[in-house]
Design a protein around this ligand. Structure first.
Ligand SMILES: [Zn+2]
Length: 63
């Protein structure tokens, strides 16, 4: 049992582009549904359901 580093139980959304952003469900519901990072190669693409893999530090898509 080591869940102290887990984000809150709600869903998170991730950008699979170069920015590797992780968006909380709260932010997503607030209208942040696509990547907005200027330097990201996925800018403007919808964010997918996913999470950051603690082992690799990279985002993992869950869909
Ligand atoms: Zn991005």
């Amino acid at each position: 049992m080591d869940q102290q580093n887990q984000p809150q139980s709600g869903d998170t959304h991730v950008c699979m582009g170069t920015c590797q952003a992780v968006i909380t469900d709260e932010q997503y519901k607030g209208g942040l549904t696509a990547c907005g990072a200027e330097s990201c190669d996925m800018k403007g693409h919808p964010l997918g359901k996913g999470h950051k893999d603690e082992a690799t530090g990279k985002n993992v898509s869950e869909e």
